[in-house]
Design a binder for this molecule. Structure first.
Ligand SMILES: CC(C)(COP(=O)(O)OP(=O)(O)OC[C@H]1O[C@@H](n2cnc3c(N)ncnc32)[C@H](O)[C@@H]1OP(=O)(O)O)[C@@H](O)C(=O)NCCC(=O)NCCS
Length: 153
């Protein structure tokens, strides 16, 4: 497995991005934002991490990431975050921000296992107006609130 920056257009990554985004609207709006690290197995992209600049100096946002189903739980997500952290640190970035659904307890565990700490909760962030399907439930919990976490680099 090799990790590096993705070059060129992003359409080939759309299906992977869709693993991390339930709103087709938000997916289209964000596909070309920032820069993207990809993990490849013999040239096949099996995971990605999208990094976006933040308004605040010294801060960047881990905007989205995903690993294909059959490669989950094998440390790829951890490796991608570690690489993003190293790249950001070299650039003088000292805070990495991430947002995820409060309903997604697996993601909350994933980010906290990597050292992220909770910052704030944005209630009713996943709206139909923003492209999220009505009545979406994750692990029995309605998709409603967004949790922001930060990692000090
Ligand atoms: C979240 C995701 C990127 C994690 O990637 P991964 O390669 O499976 O994670 P890793 O194998 O590197 O796991 C690192 C740690 O997080 C934990 N973890 C990862 N996914 C988890 C989950 N769904 N539930 C509980 N713990 C999880 C692992 O157990 C491991 O902890 P450990 O050291 O105690 O064993 C991956 O599950 C995924 O693509 N999910 C779908 C898309 C998504 O929701 N993206 C995030 C929102 S932007």
């Amino acid at each position: 497995m090799e990790i590096g920056w993705h070059a060129g257009e992003r359409t080939s990554l759309r299906a992977l991005f869709a693993l991390a985004e339930d709103s087709p609207q938000r997916l289209e709006a964000s596909l070309d934002r920032g820069r993207v690290l990809v993990a490849q197995d013999d040239g096949r992209v099996v995971a990605y991490l999208q990094l976006v600049e933040s308004d605040a100096p010294g801060q960047a946002e881990l905007f989205s990431m995903a690993v294909i189903d059959e490669r989950r739980g094998q440390g790829l997500g951890r490796a991608l975050v570690a690489r993003a952290v190293a790249e950001c640190h070299d650039e003088g970035i000292r805070t990495l921000l991430v947002a995820t659904a409060a309903a997604d307890v697996g993601n909350l565990r994933f980010y906290q296992r990597l050292g992220f700490r909770m910052l704030r909760i944005e209630r009713d962030a996943f709206t139909v107006a923003d492209g999220y399907p009505e009545g979406l439930v994750i692990e029995g919990i309605p998709l409603r609130d967004r949790v922001w976490l930060t990692l000090c680099l």
